[in-house]
Write a protein that binds this ligand. Structure first.
Ligand code: NAD
Ligand code: MN
Length: 355
């Protein structure tokens, strides 16, 4: 059996309620999968900051780097007013571990109305405007602020390659399902190179080149200007499979796309580098429902599956997706954010029962 060591970083608020659910899911996977897990609890977040003066202790980074195959990150609260010395631990983790891709699947289940949506946004996570190189000048007409938008061939190439690989893997999972909903994988390259011919132009050209590789021969390639992408993703979300985008467009598209499904409590994500992944529900620490035991664990359970996919455990991931979809399709044990009455524990137990 393969043993995977998983770092658990609950963070703040409902992170502490949903990450234990993720751990129980891993512990409950059928033994036929031949997978074992060991866990290490790690600190990060605003409470950690208040206690220790740092939101991301060095130890957390060290243990992730040296010991772990993957990790689960809950959510962190950010202070409402600027607090000296505080910065977001997940942003720091992305840098320190070179988690260069943020992957966000958005999926509805058979039970929901309208055409089924099953798309994934693959966002470049290390450059673009997020290099945070800004400056402000005083001019006779008043202040002028500017920021660097950095696009590199290396980062564009590896994110497009990852998008191609995700597309192939999704097709494999679809083909193994009883009803395959799409016959060919597709990657849509998002850009604004009609205006930004050098930066977005480089992203588009490089992504095109990366996806022209022989192993992506079966992948349908498309390009879409980001503003019309926003229009189409709302008008015709069922059309899309994999969408690859530079950092800023990917950030906006992925939060927007999360609105296509019923609740933030359903949407997973993963922060990925080669051979390592951190699963992370898209929602925050939800102070309004903290401590009530009613947080929807599904975003986390799906993040567990997504992490496993990137660790090469597709069969385990598929089992989890199927169990979660069955819970949602039946619709009897739903948490309050989906109009139900079930607790975190009850939703989790229902999913575990279906494994
Ligand atoms: P939020 O995602 O925490 O909550 C938004 C709304 O969705 C709330 O009404 C909440 O109850 C509900 N919700 C979220 N997750 C849910 C779940 N699993 N089950 C049921 N309902 C759920 O966003 P917010 O309220 O804007 O932010 C709260 C705190 O979280 C802030 O401090 C913010 O900075 C932080 N935050 C962190 C992350 C992250 O860690 N990645 C993301 C967003 C916000
Ligand atoms: Mn965002």
């Amino acid at each position: 059996a393969r043993t995977l060591r998983i770092g658990l970083i609950p963070g703040d608020g409902i992170g502490r309620e949903v990450i234990p659910a993720g751990r129980r899911l891993l512990e409950s996977l059928p033994s036929s999968l031949n997978l074992k897990f060991s866990f290490v609890d790690l600190d990060a977040g605003f409470d950690t900051f208040k206690r220790t003066g740092t939101a991301l202790p060095d130890k957390t980074v060290e243990v992730l780097k040296k010991e772990c195959d993957g990790a689960l990150f809950g959510a962190v609260s950010s202070p409402t007013t600027k607090v000296a010395g505080y910065s977001s631990p997940i942003v720091a983790l992305r840098k320190k571990l070179d988690l260069y891709a943020n992957v966000r699947p958005v999926k509805t289940t058979a039970g929901s109305s309208g055409e089924p949506i099953d798309l994934v946004i693959v966002r470049e996570n290390t450059e673009d405007l997020y290099v945070k190189e800004e400056r402000t000048h005083d001019t006779p007409e008043g202040k002028v602020a500017e920021a660097i938008k950095r696009i590199s061939e290396r980062a564009s190439s590896r994110i497009a390659t990852m998008a191609g690989e995700i597309a192939l893997r999704r097709q494999k999972i679809r083909d193994a399902a009883p009803v395959s909903t799409r016959s060919k994988p597709m990657v849509t390259i998002t850009h604004k190179s009609n205006v930004l011919s050098q930066t977005d132009g480089l992203f588009r050209e490089t992504a095109r080149k990366a996806l022209a590789a022989e192993r992506f021969a079966s992948v349908v390639k498309e390009e879409q200007i980001v503003d019309s992408m926003v229009y189409k993703i709302f008008r015709q979300p069922e059309y899309y499979d994999v969408i690859v985008a530079p950092n800023l467009y990917g950030d906006i598209l992925s939060d927007g796309a999360a609105a296509l499904v019923g609740s933030l409590g359903l949407v997973p994500s993963a922060n990925v580098t080669d051979g390592f992944a951190i699963g992370e529900p898209c929602h925050g620490s939800a102070p309004d429902i903290e401590g009530k035991g009613i947080a929807n664990p599904i975003a986390t359970l799906r993040s567990v599956a997504l992490m496993l996919e990137f660790l090469g455990e597709e069969a385990a991931a598929a089992k989890i997706y199927t169990a979660v979809d069955a819970n949602l399709d039946e619709g009897k044990l739903l948490s309050p954010d989906l109009g139900g009455k079930a607790s975190t524990e009850e939703v989790l137990n229902d999913v575990l029962k279906r494994l």
